[in-house]
Design a binder for this molecule. Sequence first.
Ligand SMILES: [Zn+2]
Length: 329
Amino acid sequence: MNSIGQDSEFHALLRYSAVIGSDPALVQGAGGNVSLKRDGVLWVKASGTWLARAGTDDIMVPVALDPLLAAIDADDATAMEEAGRFVRGAENPSGLRPSIETTMHALLPHPVVVHVHCVETIAWSCRADAESALAPLLAGLGWCFVPYVRPGAPLTRDIRARLRPGTDVLVLGNHGLVVGGSTTADAAALVAEVGHRLRRVPRVAPSPGDLPQLDGYRPAEDAHTHGTATDPRALAVARRGSLYPDHVIFLGRGIAEPPTRDAMMLVVPGRGVLLRQDASSGAIALARCLADVTARLDPDEPLRVLTEAEESELLGWGAEQYRKSLDRR
Ligand SMILES: [Zn+2]
């Protein structure tokens, strides 16, 4: 790292990354990512790294922006799935791989782009009528809704088709929020503004009860996590299916309830949530996220969950397998 090390905006973005990375209402595990465009280089969060560790770990990868944009323009599917070949190796001594969502950062013209799995946004984005439901709430902002498609080439294509001059907020269906700004401060203000406008009051879940002793499982340590099981309305939402991609990647399809014994997370209705003894920190964070999202949704709302085909493509997807393997280390 040469001049970027002295760039005050780069440091501001890393400080902000550490803040949002430690807020489970915005980022869970290795989810979310940030980027800064400087002198033709897109500095983007590396795949599988944690924003929370931005202050201590090397988490940013330099990617040559113009060649990547040219590849997107040429509809080069390989480039849109994995931007690794655009990494500037000399400035990437740790050999990190760029985020699977790198092309999304490249497409937005803003110097700073922030993508978060904001639970308020996720909740709204899981409505079947998300676009029309969001319109009055986000009025006045330069925003657009991108219906769910998996990250990688499909999402890149859809974002490219929907971006207009002046768009600086993207709500990704069944996924989360992307904002662009001239500076970290601008982007941070937009994340806060959207979160405020989309705020839902979460239901307070009853306390967990006695959980069965199951070999290989332990009760979730985080008290909020049990809400998926103890709040009947949250449970009804969770039973509909998988709401967003990271859930599928880290916890599998939907939720599992006893007598199933082979899932990462077991939901015991009315009692609480069990996690496998070997649950990774990512899986633990996503179990909490499910409680946070379902506490904000009502089973009577028109919900859209991921289809079986959408779940399958996430589970068989190489780049996501890589991200998951980093989480296990
Ligand atoms: Zn994402």
